[in-house]
Design a protein around this ligand. Structure first.
Ligand code: NAP
Length: 487
């Protein structure tokens, strides 16, 4: 293994895209560590019934690998996973991947300017560069519900769906009403005997303009790649326009929320159910969800919405604060992911053995969501404040990949042993980010996974995606402390 070796952790959109871009740039000296049995990241793990993308697939895909064969405007999970598998095969990344092998820790060696990465198979890899592409939403958040361990029935998280367990004829609870739950509920409602949906706060839901893409249109995309590129660009521009409501003028969303309330009124004839489903916080503050079948599912006779807080889980079901007991066979935790209170994806020890978890104990921060002072030659994909409320994460991921690639090329060309972002550059950057976030809709007063426990928004990018693209276009040496290789 050479001293310029690169280790990438994760093979979802981030890690796989990084590997492909390295190969295209003629850099083949890298290893991808993947704890699972296949590529795909979140699209491999989230295979719950109804799982699909809520960003148009022509936009939610790599710019360098358009897929003319998307079957729907919003492709289902299986198709997105197949697309990523296709990318791994087409670009011959597989020989670089160690499947079933997790990074368990990484330590920077100040003397040699290299990383030592320990893996779950008991080995250690030395590398110059570490790229952590572990995903922002990969750690299921298991709610701290009293008695959950004592439940006698089946329990699983939405991201760990157990397909061997049949829900048919069962009394089932879904806890949570976020992006995952609103896809699960309509998909399972007709199988179960009874479905109780436990809602803590109602999401804002708008209609999903989903449709089948007919084979003749798919063929037209295949025959005319420019047409597909135009479609992608059109979706991109529409999403950026929505960004105005999130980051420039949240008042615009007040108008939209009036329209959405009319949609709720049309969808939910029952007045008290409608009141329970109408959010009391600004539209956009939590993720805006897209669905055509969630409200109809809630109107089915075997489905109930439970808004009384959960008091305890018992051996046989759930007791709510109003004293009611519901007997259940299964509890599905659609309770999201540990995103904002990020500890590092695995123990990462930087200069002088400093632990990233300690550095981040009051909230994660990085420069451009990608590099961290004190952690030379280490890069993050989907790091702090790179998340979006309004567009495709794949666009952000590709921006970060381009930046990391240009840093690696600069290191190889300049024979550099270490590049480390200057701490004042990182501090100034984050002060600006936090200041800008104060004026966005996400700071309008709601609780969400966007915020860390101390209230700081450590997850979202407070601007348009093209700004992020411009800022990450190229590695800029003046932002870094640089060390040269000894000859
Ligand atoms: P989520 O949006 O964080 O929703 C979690 C839900 O669980 C919320 O309704 C939350 O209520 C509730 N909850 C959490 N802890 C609870 C507790 N102790 N008791 C009762 N309720 C509790 O999680 P998610 O639905 O898995 O989605 C996470 C993110 O994944 C999304 O925002 C999106 O970025 C991504 N996602 C994308 C898609 C897609 O189509 N592309 C699909 C699924 C997920 P509160 O709202 O009151 O906190």
């Amino acid at each position: 293994m050479s001293t310029q070796h690169i280790v990438i952790v994760g093979s979802g959109f981030g890690g796989l895209g990084m590997g492909i871009r390295l190969k295209q740039a003629g850099i083949h000296d890298f290893t991808i560590l993947e704890q699972g049995p296949e590529v795909g990241g979140t699209w491999r793990d989230n295979h719950y019934p109804g799982a699909a993308c809520d960003v148009e697939s022509h936009l939610y895909s790599y710019s360098f690998e358009p897929n003319p064969r998307w079957s729907r405007r919003f492709a289902p999970q299986q198709e997105i996973l197949s697309y990523l598998i296709h990318c791994a095969d087409k670009y011959q990344v597989r020989p670089h991947i160690r499947f079933g092998c997790a990074a368990t820790s990484a330590r920077f060696d100040d003397q040699s300017g290299t990383w030592e990465v320990n893996t779950s198979d008991g080995k250690m890899i030395h590398c110059r560069t570490l790229v952590a592409a572990c995903g922002g939403l990969s750690k299921p958040a298991i709610p701290d519900l009293p008695g959950l361990d004592s439940f006698g029935g089946k329990v699983f998280h939405s991201a760990r769906w157990d397909h061997s367990y049949s829900l048919s004829g069962k009394r089932v609870a879904v806890i949570g009403t976020g992006a995952s739950a609103i896809q699960i509920v309509p998909a399972i409602a007709s199988q179960v005997a009874k479905l109780s949906v436990f809602q803590r706060s109602p999401p804002w839901i708008i209609p999903k303009p989903d449709r089948r893409i007919k084979p003749d249109r798919q063929q037209r995309y295949a025959d005319h790649p420019l047409l597909q590129r135009l479609t992608r660009t059109l979706f991109y521009l529409i999403h950026e326009l929505a960004g105005v409501g999130f980051v420039v003028e949240p008042k615009l969303f007040q108008l939209l929320s009036r329209l959405v309330k009319k949609y709720i009124a049309r969808s939910i004839p029952d007045e008290s159910l409608r009141a329970q489903l109408t959010p009391n916080y600004a539209l956009g503050c939590k993720r805006i969800l897209l669905s055509n079948d969630y409200y109809p599912a809630l109107c089915q006779p075997q489905v109930e919405l439970v808004t009384a807080p959960i008091e305890t889980v018992t051996r046989s079901g759930i007791r709510t604060a109003d004293g009611e007991d519901r007997a259940l066979d299964a509890i599905i935790l659609a309770t999201g992911f540990a995103a904002a209170d990020v500890v590092s994806p695995f123990p990462i020890l930087g200069r002088n053995g400093v632990d990233l978890s300690d550095v981040w104990k009051d909230g994660a921060e990085a420069y451009l969501g990608t590099v961290i002072s004190g952690f030379p030659n280490a890069f993050l994909i989907v790091g702090p404040n790179t998340g979006l409320g309004h567009s495709s994460m794949v666009f952000m991921i590709e921006s970060q990949i381009a930046y990391i690639l240009s840093a690696i090329q600069a290191m190889q060309l300049g024979k550099l042993s270490a590049v480390e972002v200057k701490s004042d550059v990182q501090t100034r950057y984050n002060a600006t980010i936090q200041e800008r976030l104060k004026h966005t809709v996400w700071s309008s007063g709601c609780t969400s996974w966007y915020h860390a426990k101390n209230g700081r928004n450590t997850t979202l990018w407070p601007g348009f995606t093209f700004e992020f693209r411009l800022r990450t276009r190229r590695f800029s040496a003046r932002d870094y402390v640089i060390e040269k290789l000894a000859h």
